[in-house]
Design a protein around this ligand. Structure first.
Ligand SMILES: [Zn+2]
Length: 305
Protein backbone atom coordinates (compact mmCIF):
# COMPACT_ATOMS: atom_id res chain seq x y z
CA UNK A 1 0.00 0.00 0.00
CA UNK A 2 1.41 3.36 -1.01
CA UNK A 3 -0.15 5.99 1.21
CA UNK A 4 -1.02 9.32 -0.42
CA UNK A 5 1.47 12.15 -0.08
CA UNK A 6 1.34 13.61 3.42
CA UNK A 7 0.54 17.34 3.30
CA UNK A 8 3.01 19.43 5.35
CA UNK A 9 0.32 21.93 6.20
CA UNK A 10 -3.35 21.66 7.10
CA UNK A 11 -5.44 21.25 3.90
CA UNK A 12 -7.66 24.22 2.99
CA UNK A 13 -10.15 22.12 1.03
CA UNK A 14 -11.50 18.62 1.48
CA UNK A 15 -13.57 16.61 3.95
CA UNK A 16 -14.39 17.11 7.63
CA UNK A 17 -14.18 13.57 8.97
CA UNK A 18 -14.64 14.12 12.72
CA UNK A 19 -18.21 15.20 13.61
CA UNK A 20 -20.68 14.41 16.39
CA UNK A 21 -24.50 14.49 16.32
CA UNK A 22 -27.38 13.89 18.72
CA UNK A 23 -26.54 10.18 18.46
CA UNK A 24 -23.82 10.88 21.04
CA UNK A 25 -23.00 14.22 22.67
CA UNK A 26 -23.58 16.60 19.74
CA UNK A 27 -26.49 19.02 19.74
CA UNK A 28 -27.52 18.70 16.07
CA UNK A 29 -29.08 15.99 13.89
CA UNK A 30 -27.40 14.29 10.93
CA UNK A 31 -29.75 16.37 8.69
CA UNK A 32 -28.32 19.60 10.10
CA UNK A 33 -24.77 18.26 9.74
CA UNK A 34 -25.33 17.36 6.07
CA UNK A 35 -26.94 20.74 5.32
CA UNK A 36 -24.14 22.66 7.03
CA UNK A 37 -21.54 20.63 5.10
CA UNK A 38 -23.19 21.78 1.85
CA UNK A 39 -23.26 25.40 3.08
CA UNK A 40 -19.55 25.28 3.96
CA UNK A 41 -18.61 23.82 0.59
CA UNK A 42 -17.07 20.66 2.05
CA UNK A 43 -16.15 17.90 -0.41
CA UNK A 44 -17.65 15.37 1.99
CA UNK A 45 -18.40 14.75 5.66
CA UNK A 46 -18.21 11.94 8.22
CA UNK A 47 -20.36 11.07 11.22
CA UNK A 48 -18.20 9.87 14.15
CA UNK A 49 -20.38 9.64 17.24
CA UNK A 50 -18.92 8.15 20.42
CA UNK A 51 -19.03 4.34 20.71
CA UNK A 52 -22.02 3.90 18.43
CA UNK A 53 -23.06 3.46 14.82
CA UNK A 54 -26.71 4.24 15.64
CA UNK A 55 -26.64 7.44 13.59
CA UNK A 56 -25.43 5.80 10.36
CA UNK A 57 -28.81 5.09 8.70
CA UNK A 58 -30.04 8.65 9.33
CA UNK A 59 -26.72 10.12 8.18
CA UNK A 60 -26.87 8.09 4.97
CA UNK A 61 -30.38 9.35 4.23
CA UNK A 62 -29.49 12.96 5.10
CA UNK A 63 -26.38 13.00 2.90
CA UNK A 64 -28.17 11.30 0.02
CA UNK A 65 -30.88 13.99 0.16
CA UNK A 66 -28.33 16.80 0.45
CA UNK A 67 -26.12 15.37 -2.32
CA UNK A 68 -23.18 15.34 0.09
CA UNK A 69 -20.59 12.50 -0.08
CA UNK A 70 -20.33 10.68 3.26
CA UNK A 71 -17.98 8.57 5.37
CA UNK A 72 -19.40 6.44 8.18
CA UNK A 73 -17.42 6.24 11.40
CA UNK A 74 -17.37 5.88 15.16
CA UNK A 75 -15.09 7.48 17.73
CA UNK A 76 -14.22 4.62 20.07
CA UNK A 77 -13.03 5.35 23.61
CA UNK A 78 -10.07 3.17 24.51
CA UNK A 79 -7.31 2.83 27.08
CA UNK A 80 -3.58 2.54 26.43
CA UNK A 81 -1.69 1.87 29.67
CA UNK A 82 -3.68 4.47 31.58
CA UNK A 83 -3.88 7.00 28.75
CA UNK A 84 -7.45 7.63 27.57
CA UNK A 85 -7.37 7.44 23.76
CA UNK A 86 -10.02 8.08 21.13
CA UNK A 87 -9.81 5.93 18.01
CA UNK A 88 -11.73 7.01 14.90
CA UNK A 89 -12.99 3.85 13.18
CA UNK A 90 -14.18 4.31 9.60
CA UNK A 91 -16.10 2.10 7.17
CA UNK A 92 -16.19 -1.08 9.23
CA UNK A 93 -18.91 -3.71 8.95
CA UNK A 94 -20.99 -3.11 12.11
CA UNK A 95 -22.39 -6.65 11.97
CA UNK A 96 -18.90 -8.20 12.17
CA UNK A 97 -18.68 -10.24 15.42
CA UNK A 98 -15.22 -8.87 16.27
CA UNK A 99 -16.52 -5.33 16.52
CA UNK A 100 -20.10 -5.97 17.67
CA UNK A 101 -18.69 -8.29 20.37
CA UNK A 102 -16.26 -5.59 21.50
CA UNK A 103 -19.04 -3.00 21.76
CA UNK A 104 -21.23 -5.52 23.61
CA UNK A 105 -18.49 -6.33 26.16
CA UNK A 106 -17.90 -2.60 26.71
CA UNK A 107 -21.63 -2.03 27.29
CA UNK A 108 -21.76 -4.93 29.76
CA UNK A 109 -18.68 -3.68 31.62
CA UNK A 110 -20.15 -0.17 31.80
CA UNK A 111 -23.42 -1.59 33.13
CA UNK A 112 -21.45 -3.49 35.81
CA UNK A 113 -19.62 -0.31 36.68
CA UNK A 114 -22.89 1.63 37.08
CA UNK A 115 -24.19 -1.17 39.33
CA UNK A 116 -21.08 -1.12 41.52
CA UNK A 117 -21.21 2.68 41.81
CA UNK A 118 -24.88 2.38 42.83
CA UNK A 119 -23.93 -0.17 45.52
CA UNK A 120 -21.28 2.21 46.88
CA UNK A 121 -23.69 5.16 46.83
CA UNK A 122 -26.45 3.10 48.48
CA UNK A 123 -24.36 2.88 51.66
CA UNK A 124 -24.79 6.62 52.18
CA UNK A 125 -27.70 7.76 49.99
CA UNK A 126 -31.30 6.63 49.40
CA UNK A 127 -30.62 5.11 45.96
CA UNK A 128 -31.30 1.64 44.53
CA UNK A 129 -30.45 -0.08 41.24
CA UNK A 130 -34.18 -0.20 40.37
CA UNK A 131 -34.38 3.57 40.87
CA UNK A 132 -31.42 4.03 38.49
CA UNK A 133 -32.98 1.73 35.88
CA UNK A 134 -36.25 3.64 36.18
CA UNK A 135 -34.36 6.77 35.09
CA UNK A 136 -32.72 4.96 32.17
CA UNK A 137 -36.07 3.76 30.88
CA UNK A 138 -37.24 7.29 30.27
CA UNK A 139 -36.69 7.14 26.54
CA UNK A 140 -32.94 6.73 26.76
CA UNK A 141 -31.57 3.82 24.73
CA UNK A 142 -27.92 4.47 25.58
CA UNK A 143 -25.89 2.56 28.16
CA UNK A 144 -26.82 3.16 31.79
CA UNK A 145 -24.23 5.52 33.17
CA UNK A 146 -23.54 8.47 35.39
CA UNK A 147 -26.37 10.64 33.97
CA UNK A 148 -28.90 8.06 35.17
CA UNK A 149 -27.25 7.78 38.58
CA UNK A 150 -27.41 11.57 38.77
CA UNK A 151 -31.09 11.61 37.84
CA UNK A 152 -31.83 8.95 40.46
CA UNK A 153 -30.04 11.03 43.11
CA UNK A 154 -32.07 14.08 42.05
CA UNK A 155 -35.31 12.07 42.13
CA UNK A 156 -34.44 10.94 45.67
CA UNK A 157 -34.00 14.57 46.71
CA UNK A 158 -30.25 14.26 47.37
CA UNK A 159 -29.32 16.99 44.86
CA UNK A 160 -31.41 19.71 43.23
CA UNK A 161 -29.95 19.20 39.71
CA UNK A 162 -28.02 16.70 37.62
CA UNK A 163 -24.94 18.93 37.53
CA UNK A 164 -24.94 19.20 41.33
CA UNK A 165 -24.79 15.39 41.44
CA UNK A 166 -21.95 15.43 38.89
CA UNK A 167 -19.90 17.84 40.96
CA UNK A 168 -20.83 16.01 44.18
CA UNK A 169 -21.02 12.27 44.77
CA UNK A 170 -20.48 11.42 41.08
CA UNK A 171 -17.33 13.52 40.56
CA UNK A 172 -14.26 11.60 39.42
CA UNK A 173 -12.56 12.61 42.68
CA UNK A 174 -15.40 11.14 44.77
CA UNK A 175 -14.96 7.89 46.75
CA UNK A 176 -18.04 6.52 44.95
CA UNK A 177 -16.49 7.01 41.52
CA UNK A 178 -15.29 4.09 39.39
CA UNK A 179 -13.55 4.81 36.04
CA UNK A 180 -15.45 3.93 32.84
CA UNK A 181 -14.27 0.55 31.50
CA UNK A 182 -12.92 0.75 27.95
CA UNK A 183 -11.26 -1.70 25.56
CA UNK A 184 -7.52 -1.28 24.98
CA UNK A 185 -6.34 0.64 21.92
CA UNK A 186 -4.84 -2.60 20.59
CA UNK A 187 -8.18 -4.42 20.91
CA UNK A 188 -9.90 -1.58 19.05
CA UNK A 189 -7.36 -1.42 16.21
CA UNK A 190 -7.53 -5.21 15.73
CA UNK A 191 -11.35 -5.36 15.90
CA UNK A 192 -11.72 -2.51 13.39
CA UNK A 193 -9.32 -4.26 11.04
CA UNK A 194 -11.14 -7.59 11.45
CA UNK A 195 -14.37 -5.79 10.52
CA UNK A 196 -12.79 -4.41 7.35
CA UNK A 197 -12.45 -0.87 8.65
CA UNK A 198 -9.82 1.85 8.93
CA UNK A 199 -8.50 3.12 12.28
CA UNK A 200 -7.07 6.55 13.07
CA UNK A 201 -5.92 7.81 16.48
CA UNK A 202 -7.79 11.09 17.17
CA UNK A 203 -6.06 14.20 18.55
CA UNK A 204 -3.10 12.24 20.01
CA UNK A 205 -1.28 15.48 20.85
CA UNK A 206 -4.09 17.15 22.80
CA UNK A 207 -2.62 18.08 26.18
CA UNK A 208 -6.04 19.26 27.37
CA UNK A 209 -7.38 15.70 27.41
CA UNK A 210 -4.69 13.76 29.24
CA UNK A 211 -1.97 14.43 31.74
CA UNK A 212 0.16 12.02 29.73
CA UNK A 213 0.10 11.79 25.94
CA UNK A 214 0.71 8.58 24.01
CA UNK A 215 4.46 8.17 23.48
CA UNK A 216 6.03 7.60 20.06
CA UNK A 217 6.61 3.98 21.11
CA UNK A 218 2.96 3.48 22.06
CA UNK A 219 1.79 4.90 18.72
CA UNK A 220 4.30 2.83 16.76
CA UNK A 221 3.17 -0.29 18.60
CA UNK A 222 -0.36 0.44 17.34
CA UNK A 223 1.06 0.81 13.83
CA UNK A 224 2.54 -2.68 14.26
CA UNK A 225 -1.01 -3.89 15.00
CA UNK A 226 -2.46 -2.36 11.83
CA UNK A 227 -3.28 1.24 12.77
CA UNK A 228 -3.97 3.18 9.56
CA UNK A 229 -3.50 6.81 10.50
CA UNK A 230 -3.15 9.76 12.84
CA UNK A 231 -5.41 12.78 13.15
CA UNK A 232 -2.92 15.64 12.92
CA UNK A 233 -5.11 18.59 11.86
CA UNK A 234 -7.17 19.11 15.02
CA UNK A 235 -7.44 22.19 17.22
CA UNK A 236 -6.19 20.24 20.25
CA UNK A 237 -2.83 19.38 18.64
CA UNK A 238 -0.37 22.26 19.10
CA UNK A 239 2.35 23.03 16.49
CA UNK A 240 5.01 20.95 18.30
CA UNK A 241 2.66 17.96 18.54
CA UNK A 242 1.70 18.26 14.86
CA UNK A 243 5.39 18.04 13.96
CA UNK A 244 5.86 15.01 16.21
CA UNK A 245 2.82 13.22 14.77
CA UNK A 246 3.81 14.08 11.17
CA UNK A 247 7.27 12.61 11.81
CA UNK A 248 5.75 9.37 13.10
CA UNK A 249 3.38 9.24 10.11
CA UNK A 250 6.31 9.65 7.68
CA UNK A 251 8.36 7.03 9.53
CA UNK A 252 5.52 4.45 9.58
CA UNK A 253 3.66 5.30 6.37
CA UNK A 254 0.52 6.31 8.27
CA UNK A 255 -2.34 8.35 6.83
CA UNK A 256 -2.68 11.90 8.11
CA UNK A 257 -6.22 13.18 8.69
CA UNK A 258 -7.93 16.31 9.98
CA UNK A 259 -11.31 17.08 11.47
CA UNK A 260 -13.16 19.71 13.45
CA UNK A 261 -14.54 17.49 16.25
CA UNK A 262 -17.76 19.45 15.68
CA UNK A 263 -20.43 19.01 18.38
CA UNK A 264 -22.96 21.59 17.16
CA UNK A 265 -23.48 24.32 19.75
CA UNK A 266 -22.03 22.04 22.45
CA UNK A 267 -18.46 23.16 21.71
CA UNK A 268 -16.79 26.15 19.98
CA UNK A 269 -15.38 23.91 17.19
CA UNK A 270 -16.67 25.05 13.77
CA UNK A 271 -17.58 22.52 11.10
CA UNK A 272 -14.79 22.41 8.49
CA UNK A 273 -12.22 24.23 10.64
CA UNK A 274 -9.88 21.29 10.01
CA UNK A 275 -9.99 19.06 6.96
CA UNK A 276 -8.69 15.86 5.40
CA UNK A 277 -7.47 16.10 1.80
CA UNK A 278 -9.30 14.23 -0.97
CA UNK A 279 -6.41 11.83 -1.65
CA UNK A 280 -6.36 10.62 1.95
CA UNK A 281 -10.15 10.18 2.01
CA UNK A 282 -9.84 8.18 -1.22
CA UNK A 283 -7.31 5.92 0.47
CA UNK A 284 -9.61 5.43 3.50
CA UNK A 285 -12.39 4.48 1.08
CA UNK A 286 -10.23 2.02 -0.80
CA UNK A 287 -9.13 0.33 2.45
CA UNK A 288 -12.56 0.25 4.16
CA UNK A 289 -15.87 -1.46 3.41
CA UNK A 290 -17.71 0.45 0.63
CA UNK A 291 -20.43 2.77 1.97
CA UNK A 292 -23.02 1.15 -0.32
CA UNK A 293 -22.23 -2.31 1.03
CA UNK A 294 -22.57 -1.07 4.63
CA UNK A 295 -25.86 0.62 3.69
CA UNK A 296 -27.13 -2.72 2.40
CA UNK A 297 -26.41 -4.48 5.71
CA UNK A 298 -27.75 -1.78 8.04
CA UNK A 299 -31.31 -3.09 8.12
CA UNK A 300 -30.16 -6.45 9.41
CA UNK A 301 -28.00 -5.02 12.20
CA UNK A 302 -29.57 -4.45 15.57
CA UNK A 303 -28.71 -0.99 16.75
CA UNK A 304 -27.98 -0.89 20.39
CA UNK A 305 -24.91 0.74 21.73
ZN1 LIG B 1 -14.65 13.67 18.78
Amino acid sequence: MTPPRIPDEAPTAGWDIHCHTVFSDGTETPQTLAGLAVEKGLHGVAITDHDTSNGWPEMLRACRTAGMPVLLGTEVTADDEGVSVHVLAFLYDPSNPAISGMFRRTREARLGRARRMTQLLAKDFPITWDAVLAQARQGDSTTVGRPHLADALVAAGVYPTRSDAFSGALASSSPYYIPTPSPTTHEVVRAVKAAGGVSVVAHAGDRGRNRHLLTDAQIESLADDGLDGLEVWHRGNGPDQRQRLLAIAHRRGLLVTGGSDWHGSGKPNQLGENLTDDGTVGEIMSRGVPVDRIAGTLDSVSYES
